[in-house]
Design a protein around this ligand. Structure first.
Ligand code: GCU
Length: 408
């Protein structure tokens, strides 16, 4: 579907557990000066150290938003989803120092409550692919050419309408009392290596350095701007917004959760390398591979860890730990070996001691559960049958998990 990066160059992924190089994971509860973290207030210092490291060495430093956001409602249907939901399309225009960027948000809210919890996530092929709704705008932004979703000459088309609805079961989400907000990720940053001339990066045209924000940080930053808007919406329970993403957008959702504590729940679907999976395992996609196939995703400095994962002072379990004590769900697909399902599980497991500090149970099991056997502590996890994708099965677990933590 997407440019996968599997087959470029002479990289041969390792899929053999016995060939994983020996490694020692950095301890989330030990500071770089050797002192051990024993309280939640000490954790705040350690958390800052870890966060700043991820920012500088991995995803890049994103700017503090200092511009203006203008909101325009471009459509409203008071009787969507068989009369059970209100659907809105909003155009959010960000502007700063004479430059601007438009974001077209699609939002469904159940009519059953005054203010509802919301799942917020970026989509891959445009808002019009998410449901069959006839009047949802087709994005005018750059898009990857794709036969299945009918994008040609880097433009989306009417023919793609509704084709991703399996990944966005809006009716079921609404039926369970949740809202859903989405945006086409290419409106935030077109997913190709253009030297950061377009998308959100263009709002901050200053000199870049090796720690400047890459595309993943750009997508995450855009999720925060969507949150800025959701906070102003009376129909949204702003204390219950879950940020969710699949694959590269799962990496972005995790980074968004680390950057922005307004996200009360974080969901990573098949996020793999640079997401929930431990980099040191070098199973499937590796740091070197991802930085070569997608040179624009991370800070430039991250490339200095190509094939040198052991030199990183963090691994991805510490990214999960940054969410503590908020609920996090990590999902894998058993055939999605490129994303290293076991590495994704371990990312959650190894973050658990930090949840323990807060008196919470992180991952409720210490061994990877069997296929299609979800487990739900404050960290949730499943490995479902099948491969890479965001499915109804995945959503079913996310709804359960939200019910469990948000008392439905
Ligand atoms: C590629 C890439 C992954 C990414 C995936 C996706 O396979 O190597 O890191 O998660 O695309 O976004 O679907």
């Amino acid at each position: 579907l997407l440019s996968s990066g599997h087959a470029q160059g002479d990289f041969v992924p390792n899929y053999d557990e016995s060939k994983i190089p020996p490694y020692a994971l950095p301890d989330p509860l030990q500071r770089t000066d050797g002192s051990v973290i024993k309280s939640t207030s000490d954790w705040e210092k350690r958390k800052k150290e870890i966060f700043e490291y991820f920012q500088r060495e991995v995803y890049g430093i994103s700017p503090v938003w200092d511009g203006k956001m203008e909101v325009r409602e471009i459509s409203k249907n008071e009787s969507a989803i068989g009369g059970t939901a209100i659907r809105q399309e909003l155009k959010l225009t960000l502007s700063r120092e004479g430059r601007s960027l438009d974001m077209f948000v699609l939002l469904y809210l159940p009519k059953s409550a005054k203010a509802s919890p919301v799942f917020l996530g970026l989509n891959f092929y445009g808002n019009h692919t998410v449901t069959d709704d006839k009047d949802i705008l087709v994005t005018g932004a750059w898009i990857r050419n794709n036969e299945t979703y009918h994008s040609e000459n880097n433009r989306a088309s009417e023919k793609g309408r509704g084709l991703r609805k399996d990944a966005w079961p809006v009716e079921e989400i609404i039926g369970r009392g949740y809202g859903v907000a989405t945006l086409y990720y290419g409106e935030l940053d077109p997913d190709f290596d253009d030297g950061f001339k377009n998308g959100v990066h263009a709002l901050y045209p200053q000199q870049r350095d090796s720690s400047s924000w890459g595309s993943i940080a750009g997508w995450a930053w855009g999720l925060s701007r969507m949150m800025d808007y959701l906070e102003t919406h009376a129909g949204v329970d702003k204390k219950k917004v879950a940020v969710l993403g699949h694959s590269r957008l799962g990496k972005a959702a995790l980074w968004a959760g680390a950057l922005d504590e307004r996200f009360a729940m974080v969901i990573s679907n098949n996020s793999g390398c640079g997401g929930a999976a431990l980099s040191r395992r070098k199973f499937g996609e590796t740091v070197g591979r991802i930085n070569t196939a997608f040179p624009h995703w991370f800070a430039d400095r991250f490339k200095s860890y190509n094939d040198r994962e052991n030199e990183l002072l963090v691994d991805q379990h510490q990214l999960i730990a940054l969410m503590a004590p908020r609920p996090v769900y990590i999902a894998s697909g058993v055939e999605d070996t490129w994303a290293d399902p076991k590495g994704e599980f371990l990312g959650g497991l190894e973050a658990s001691p930090v949840y323990g500090l807060f008196g919470k149970e992180g991952m409720p099991v210490s061994e990877m559960p069997a296929v299609d056997q979800p487990v739900m502590g404050t960290i949730g996890y499943h490995v479902r049958s099948g491969g890479h994708g965001l499915t109804r099965y995945d959503w079913k677990q996310y709804l359960e998990f939200a019910d469990k933590h948000w008392g439905k």
